[in-house]
Design a protein around this ligand. Sequence first.
Ligand code: GDP
Ligand code: MN
Length: 376
Amino acid sequence: MNLYEYQAKQIFARFGIPIPDGDLADTPADAAAVAKKLGGTVVVKAQVLTGGRGKAGGIRLAHSPEEAQDLAADILALSIKGMPVRRLLIDRGVDIAQELYLGMVLDRPGRRVMVMASAAGGVDIEEVAANTPEKIITVPIDPMLGFQSFQAREIASGIGLERPMIRPFTKVCTGLYRALMESDATLAEINPLAITGDGQMLALDGKMVVDDNALYRRPELAAGKDMESESPAEREAHEYGLSYVKLDGYIGCLVNGAGLAMATMDMTKLYGGEPANFLDIGGGARAEKVAAALRIILSDQNVKAILINIFGGITRCDEVARGILAALEEVPTDLPMVARLVGTNEEAGREILAAARMKTATTLNEAARLAVEAAK
Ligand code: GDP
Ligand code: MN
């Protein structure tokens, strides 16, 4: 789960990382009110789950509440990388002397967190990484020891920080590591970490990615999960506890079990097709869950044929068949469908589907071949 800038910064603040004063606004009038409360120059910032907002016109400086109101109206009308702007963060403007980059990311192969830092922070860190990687310092953190202050001094000298900045930088690093660990985040990033004209260090931007598998034990984060950032299909999949990933192909796949779903996608490709999705309905799915899965697949305009592959263990094939028929009553379709049902109650399942004049197959090979043929 990606956090918005304002959510990440709120977490940073709880762990002692200085952030600018600011508040949220959903309308231009709110933006003016926040700007008035803050006084002086403010920065109006689009809250969307993507980087590069600055370059897309989503970050603007306003010198008065009136200007903040006008800019807020402009920014609320924007779509940045396809994401409509629904909310703004209005922060007190800061006199920036230098922009640093500081990121911490889970290094999965290394089984530890890596710190990345650069004196060349700001909007183009990806370019720095691609063209002048030597300007980025990386330091691994020992998971048993956690972040150590000597590491902050090592990084600080590596990116050429002046002596007086070492203490605030150490505080930011320590706070960021705790913020990452205590949020079960796989990424926590500050870009820019600004040094102001009067020598303060402030996190002007914030990005965090929280591990979805840890949300059950971070209810305060899960509550903020932004449903609007999901597509309607993803939202429905979540609601029904389905694992769904949309892909670019045209064979809709409805499968129980993640491994079987992967195998089904591979088999589709083997016969010259392209899967439209990964979809795992899980074990023991009842008819209504199956119906939801089929609705999700049918909502994808690219789908030309549907391949249903069920291995009935605790999942009952007749229950799956009933779910399919229920969905077809709701969303009738002319798309060809091929079902391979084996295991618990397979005869009953096949009978139900045959009565609905659906193609059935007994092996995955046959089912995949028929589905690919039907799509063509
Ligand atoms: P991003 O483009 O999505 O990464 O958005 P950022 O929040 O990083 O903002 C982009 C750039 O806007 C920063 O690198 C700064 O140069 C500038 N910026 C952001 N906040 C302020 C601010 O308070 N004052 C000034 N002068 N510039 C700011
Ligand atoms: Mn940024």
